[in-house]
Design a binder for this molecule. Sequence first.
Ligand code: ADP
Length: 566
Amino acid sequence: MALITPRRRFLITAPLALLLPAGLLTYLGLQTVGLVENRHIETIQNEVNKIVQGVRNRTRDQLQHQILTPFRTAFVNHLDELLPTPPEEAYTFTVRDAMPYAKLVFVYGKSGRIYFFEKEQNPDAVSSVWRLSGLPRESLGSRLISAFEAENDTFSIYENPQRIKDFSPVIYPDNLMVQEPQRELAFYMMSGKETLEEPTRQPDWIKAAGFTIDFNYLNTVFFDRIIQQMWQIEGDLRYPILIEDRVTGKSVADVNLMGEPNFKPSSKYTPRPFSDVYFPWYYVNFSAGTGEDIMKVAENEKMVYYCLIAAANVCLVAAVFGALRNIAKELALSDMRSNFVARVSHELRTPLGLIRLFAETMEMDRILDEAKKKEYLHAITKESERLSHLINNILNFSQMESHKKQYNFRWTPIEDVIYDTVDAMHYHFQRHDMNVDLDLSTDLPKIHCDREAIEQALYNILSNAVKYSGDGMSIDVRAYTVNRSVVIEVADQGIGISPEFQKKIFQEFFRVNDPRVQETGGSGLGLAVVKHIVEGHGGKISVKSNPDEGSTFMIQIPIDPQHLDS
Ligand code: ADP
């Protein structure tokens, strides 16, 4: 029942109240970091997609401008000159275009026969000579013928999205994915198709005309030109790429960063096909640096988030620790306060008991011996002095706590203060059979101080020296001047104080956890009051002590604290 006190409950719930939001914050933070990463990965994916799409679009565009339109202009539009009638054996004609992209040209006659022409020579850069081929090329021929016939029946520009302007493609063999060296990509155009810009002049006997692509041209010139243009002129490529022909397994074109001769393939981004019906054999390879810049941004962004999370957590943990420490301090203080009441009551009772005993004995006139009477009266005086010191400590402390303590500064000869205090405690020393050696420097000045307060401080130190030394020990009191200060040292040969407690003893209510201390009466206020008084005079208090060897308390008080202040 009493186990879960409100204080304990607070101790448990306060850290939880702070740690739960810390955990939540961390969780949400890490989720956000994950989102940041995903966003950047998505950006890179988009970038990669854009590259593939860009290459594909550019290839289509260049196919039209570099290959199909020139073919149409140079060949199809001049069929009436080049092939006015169905050709005879070994027939040749010259086209006013080098046509580097074409391996074979063909015409399909209304008779149902297909004629293939091979390039015989390129007499110059602007023309080419073509000779009727002797090879039957039956399978390619029949594949083409079936395409012409099918188109004749069903062709509609809207139904044939693969068509580029007037040309239709034929891929041979049919299976696009086949990876064999025997491949053909042919483009043909049905006869009689006119465009406004270029009226065609075609003889009646021709039904269709076209050509097959020279892959050597594609692989050495065409793609290279495309991606160099995209890289250097258009700036369409953000990262270096390499185009690979999957049939030959060779790189057909690549671009690189300046000063990097070899293309370094990416391990992250696998090669992607063009996904274009005309070029199923070609793949885009990505370079090692692909997306690195974006990743770097992501890394930086992540770093910022991690730092923020860490900072927030450090703050929260610091807050938890701070709160716990304060709570622990408060608890310890409140424990000490409750002990204090018990201790002080005890401290008050002892002198009061003695005073009462002596007074009652005297009241009963039992003591006839004058000397004894005097001794009793003296004891009463001394015990009431002790009482008043104790009460002074308590009052001083309560004034210190409420910041109401005022000092009454006067110029006072310090040796008088020391003599008077030691003298006032004479009875004390005598009772414990203690010897006090005074060693006061002869040039001790007057100091500007509150006499009563300094006496109280000295009394507290001296009475500790008595309390924490055994009977018969001696106490040394020294006083001397250093610079503009007076130092008073009180050295005893008592139980001493271990180093870990030497700072703590100046805290209010603190008493060393040693049976020899605990069995001696005390409030735990004495040194706290001394410290306050000394500091109130602009001075310092310190202690040097070794357990079981004794302690030396030193107070250093400036001669004129107000003068020092200004
Ligand atoms: P108290 O009323 O307990 O003496 P003080 O504030 O005067 O309170 O002293 C705090 C604690 O410091 C004491 O409880 C004791 O443990 C230690 N102390 C003070 N003076 C001495 C000394 N001269 N020798 C050994 N221990 C001392």
